[in-house]
Ligand binder design. Structure first.
Ligand code: SAM
Length: 251
């Protein structure tokens, strides 16, 4: 049975798409997407031979060799421009996802949707999408096997810039007892503009955990007493304060 994480990623694929799943590992996502009738053809890209072989076996066992092509290569280098409509990149760090997209930017011509699931560093992905004019159309958060995942879907819309301006416009969250916090684009990129509206328990839990992590880092920084560590500790304290304020103001 496919993980909830991969199932939810697949649910973001518009029916009838041609898919490239980059960093496909065992090729589970493209096989599922084809079986569900979401995808007419797919490419499973892998930079490592071992996972590529696993994907090839998976595709053969599913009898889908005529519609899914495993290809060996780095990031989007496995694609020809215009070959696919949708790209999924899941289960790696946000910084790596951004590197893959930036290095392969020419291959994005003709791609209408990106579905990205960073394990960490979601803010790098949101920032890249915003800067590159992809409209962030949905965000989901889920917990599975004790880990939290965010799934970001972005569309190439003609008016993406304008839509993003709306989405990332400075907003004020109002909490109880007169509490409020103003969030600029930097903070909206950090937390996720839709996730902030939803107040999903998983979202709250993720940021509660983040406070604990930040407090630990701050305590360790404070062990050395010099100007640099004092500056670092102050920045961490600012960040902790922000996260607490946001949590206090969620619906
Ligand atoms: N996408 C699957 C998922 O979400 O379950 C597999 C995630 S797995 C943790 C990450 C995979 O990405 C590995 O199989 C790794 O070999 C592959 N990978 C890492 N960097 C890559 C790159 N630059 N291009 C293609 N694949 C890459």
């Amino acid at each position: 049975k496919l993980s909830t994480r991969l199932t939810q990623i697949a649910e973001q694929i518009p029916a009838g798409s041609r898919l490239a799943d980059i960093g496909s590992d065992h090729g589970l996502l493209p096989v599922y997407a084809v079986r569900q009738g979401l995808v007419t053809e797919a490419i499973a890209g892998e930079v490592n031979q071992g996972p590529l072989d696993a994907a090839q076996r998976q595709v053969n066992e599913a009898g889908l060799g005529h519609v899914i092509q495993p290809r060996l290569g780095n990031g989007l280098a496995v694609l020809e421009p215009g070959e696919v409509d949708v790209i999924t990149i899941a289960g790696m760090g946000g910084a790596l996802i951004v590197t893959i997209l930036s290095e392969g930017i020419a291959k994005l011509a003709g791609v209408s949707r990106l579905i990205l699931q960073p394990n960490v560093g979601e803010e790098f992905v949101r920032r890249w999408l915003l800067e590159q004019g992809w409209y962030l159309s949905s965000e989901q958060i889920l917990e599975e096997d004790g880990r939290t995942y965010e799934i970001l879907a972005a569309d190439r819309l003609e008016n993406a810039k304008q839509q993003n301006e709306e989405l990332y416009r400075t907003r004020v969250l109002e909490g109880e007892q007169g509490l409020s916090v103003s969030l600029s684009v930097t903070e909206l990129v950090q937390f996720g503009p839709y996730l902030l509206d939803g107040a999903d328990p998983v979202f709250c839990e993720k940021w509660q955990q983040e406070i604990l992590k930040l407090e630990k880092v701050k305590a360790s920084v404070e062990r050395s007493d010099n100007d640099e560590s004092r500056l670092k500790a102050a920045a961490l304290q600012q960040q902790i304060k922000l996260v607490k304020e946001v949590l206090a103001c969620l619906p």
